[in-house]
Design a protein around this ligand. Structure first.
Ligand code: SF4
Ligand code: SF4
Length: 104
């Protein structure tokens, strides 16, 4: 499932990856896979910014603004049944654009 295109704050530094595979285990949306003994991002837009990969990565190879991104704001708004979507990205109030999949 793709949440929002090009809004996740997920960043990955392959040079820091030790190949432990924890990120592939803990990610609920299979954003990571193992590739040649290193993690690789399969589909960044699947990331819902839960932060599990970052918290379990022993080498600091992953960074994500856990729970403050647009993707999080959209998910919370959907769960609450709210029409208004906003986040703290600095872009002001976000309007959900179902046709483009954009947020801000
Ligand atoms: S933040 Fe959560 S959803 Fe995003 S890649 Fe990490 S574990 Fe997966
Ligand atoms: S948890 Fe970190 S070190 Fe382990 S495979 Fe994933 S990115 Fe690499």
């Amino acid at each position: 499932m793709t949440y929002m295109k090009n809004v996740t704050t997920l960043e990955y530094n392959r040079d820091l990856c030790s190949g432990c595979g924890f990120c592939t285990t803990v990610c609920p949306h299979e954003v990571f896979k193992m590739d040649n003994r290193k993690a690789a991002i399969v589909d960044k837009d699947n990331c819902m910014e839960c932060g599990a990969c970052m918290m379990n990565c022993p080498t600091g190879a992953i960074a994500v603004d856990k729970g403050v991104g647009c993707a999080y704001a959209v998910i919370v708004s959907k769960l609450r049944g709210s029409e208004e979507i906003s986040c703290d990205c600095g872009g002001g109030e976000c309007e959900e654009e179902s046709s483009s999949g954009g947020c801000c």
